[in-house]
Design a protein around this ligand. Structure first.
Ligand code: PLP
Length: 398
């Protein structure tokens, strides 16, 4: 067998994608599996967005585009940042990538050197740590459990920063917890960051519009505008407009960093798909009310799921401010099930395996997000599926 690189052997497959493909495989073998693993809205992409893409195809807009994105989309991104966030970016300070994931990837490669440290509060989105490692950097994971609302405290941030810290990742609303930082909490983190000019702030706002609480969204730059010269804002159309398969994300930040990300992109994927860029432009420039029906459904499901989990033995689940995930603390249930001989080991992997094998429900173990003892479900699926899945989990726990 031909040997693999040392680099690729330090990286793992995205665990959420792995759970989804395992559930799909069991289903194809005829097993009755409800998949709550996948993190994508279960709605169709709004019609006006699809129409824009069809028109792009029919008019022959099917060739290479500028690497950093078509001018119309970049202008729409600049306008979005002004409209939604009050930020002033020029078109040379934004870039379009192949999904939010590629933007984060390019950012890491553009600013990190081997040995640099990247602060990642846990629970974290599965890819942050591995992306940092691809760039040769060391993820520094800080535990932020349910007791602190899954949010990083300023003292924890201060304690984690060293002269080698080069980047701080913040994700609000959070995948997997749904936690949202308040303006005051962001201000307090901003105060710490202001004292450490070697640290770049990467804020992943992918779930900005999946706003369950209805409270105004705040980014760390709203709280600490002084950080703008060393902050990169990451966002995308995947979750807001149910466009996960179109693969369009974007980033805004200092022009020289954006330029470096463009150089990397020019040597990897070149431009994102021309047709998808036109669709993303229609999403950002078009009527924003198309998000509302999805939010109505997500809010109802959220309330249902959180109430049900809290009524189950050994689970504790806090309310989410955004995104479409619930992240129950299952530590008590794990201890009990293990003592009763129902799960093979006292951990969340064994619990998830038990849910899959004996209840036919696919969830993602918390350790995939750096939080042992929890599990994540996505409620981006029908109420019927949720009802059914929660009944099954409940009987597995009883
Ligand atoms: N950031 C967060 C927090 C996410 O949850 C995801 C997708 O799951 C992404 C970024 C990547 O989004 P995209 O599908 O646009 O690459």
């Amino acid at each position: 067998q031909f040997g693999l690189s040392a680099l690729v052997q330090t990286i793992k497959e995205s665990p959420t994608l792995a759970v989804s493909s395992r559930a799909a495989k069991l289903k194809s073998e005829g097993r009755d599996i409800i998949g709550l693993g996948v993190g994508e809205p279960d709605f169709d992409t709004p019609q006006h967005i699809k129409e824009a893409a069809k028109q792009a195809i029919d008019s022959g807009f099917t060739k290479y585009t500028p690497v950093s994105g078509i001018p119309g989309l970049k202008k729409a991104i600049v306008a979005k940042f002004k409209r939604d966030n009050g930020f002033d970016y020029g078109v040379n300070e934004v870039i379009v990538g192949v999904g939010g994931k590629q933007c984060i990837f390019n950012l890491a490669l553009a600013v990190l050197n081997p040995g640099d440290e990247v602060i990642v509060p846990a629970p974290y989105w599965v890819s942050y740590a591995d992306i940092a490692m691809v760039a040769g950097a060391k993820p520094v994971i800080i535990n932020c459990g349910i007791e602190q609302g899954f949010k990083l405290l300023p003292a924890q941030l201060e304690a984690a920063i060293t002269p080698k810290t080069r980047m701080f990742m913040i994700n609000s609303p959070s995948n997997p917890t749904g936690s949202v930082y308040s303006l005051a909490e962001l201000q307090a983190l901003g105060e710490v960051l202001k004292r450490h000019p070697q640290v770049l702030v990467a804020t992943d706002d992918m779930y900005e519009h999946v706003n369950l609480s209805g409270e105004k969204f705040h980014n760390i730059l709203n709280a600490a505008p002084e950080l703008k010269a060393r902050c990169v804002v990451l966002n995308g159309v995947s979750k807001a407009y149910s466009m996960t398969g179109w693969r369009i994300g974007y980033a805004a930040g200092p022009a020289h960093i954006i330029k470096a990300m463009e150089v990397l992109q020019s040597q990897s994927t070149s431009n994102p798909t021309s047709i998808s860029q036109v669709a993303a432009q229609a999403a950002l420039d078009g009527p924003q009310q198309c998000i509302e029906p999805m939010l109505v459904a997500f809010r109802a499901r959220h309330d249902y799921v959180v109430d049900r989990f809290n009524a189950m033995p050994g689970l504790k689940c806090i309310r989410a401010g955004g995104a479409f995930y619930a992240f129950p603390d299952a530590r008590e249930a794990i201890v009990r099930l293990h003592a009763a001989g129902k799960i093979s080991a006292p951990n969340d992997l064994a619990l998830s395996e038990y849910f899959l094998e004996s209840a036919g429900v696919a969830v993602v173990p918390g350790s995939a997000f750096g939080a042992e003892g929890y599990f994540r479900i996505s409620f981006a699926t029908s109420m019927d599926n949720l009802r059914n899945a929660l009944d099954r989990i409940q009987s597995a726990l009883s």
